[in-house]
Unconditional design. Sequence first.
Length: 364
Amino acid sequence: METATVEAPKTGTAQLKTKQHFELLDGLRGIAAIVVVIFHFLEIVYTDYSKNFAGHGFLAVDFFFCLSGFVIAYAYDDRIEKMGIGKFLRARLIRLHPLVVLGSVLGLLSFFFDPFAAAAPAYSAGKIILIFLMSILVIPFPVMGDRFFNLFGLNAPAWSLFWEYVANIVYGFILWKLDKRMLLVMAIAAAAWLAYVGSRAGNVMGGWGRDSFLDGAARISFSFLAGMLVYRYNFIIKNKLGFTGLTILLLAALLMPWFKLNWLAEVLVVVFYFPLLIALGAGSTLSQRMEGICNFSGKISYPLYMTHYTVMWAFSNYNQQYKPDITTIAWIVTGGLIVLVAFAYVVMVLFDTPVRKYLSAKWK
């Protein structure tokens, strides 16, 4: 999930150079992260996704991937050759990895100190150490059967960061060099792959676990390329929808009901709708009143995404143990979301920003 605020490069299309930052897209990223949190809460309660009003919240990850492709191409296409692959990957590591490590530490703590678990699952000390090391190194290690063989049992959302790293590496070595026509051919092939994955599985939510590992490759392949193409083809649609209007359009996809051909609806959203939203978000105007909201929303999006799962296994154990009613669940989800957003802000201020500043200064 790309998290950097985009600054206009020194060269590029005239239309794009008029915007110094895409605060509105930052704001949409925060909205998507909030929906992911709600989705993870509710999928624990409603295993039948058709009964979950946020049952398509997982599509936020595809939106993240598409936004990432746009941001990376916009921020680096014109300067990666000069800066070099080493500096590019180092910059991405500084931006993404501190929260990967923190998320792993929080996951380890919640594994041992879950107040609603009768006892920590029986793992040897060596296996726990190995699971933790694989987590902080972002190496998939789906060995925790009691956690549904997530690629990263200590911090489940890190699966998308794994594919984000893969996309960044491929971009740094190959994609930035390719012309837009080649990227378009690759995107069409990736769309066909994604459609196959959706029709086979009945949805496009895979990629997070052992049995659906390659589904994640299909998801990042199309969406990252689509985001790059929005930039390369200058597919920027000027409009006055603003943050409110585009938030409604984003929520329409993430909160849409389930359909008879559900997988097809999801594929259409990912292939056509999300690139359109990126194009609209990049071309929309933002009122001064909404600028602060978008800045805050964008800044807490990545910390929220990478720390929220700390409480999800505890909530799962609580739900199994106490079987709370709908009213109680509503209070827990609402209160939990507020607490997690506040915690994400604290993490951003006290950990993520200072650590990144330190690493940037040290490596310079």
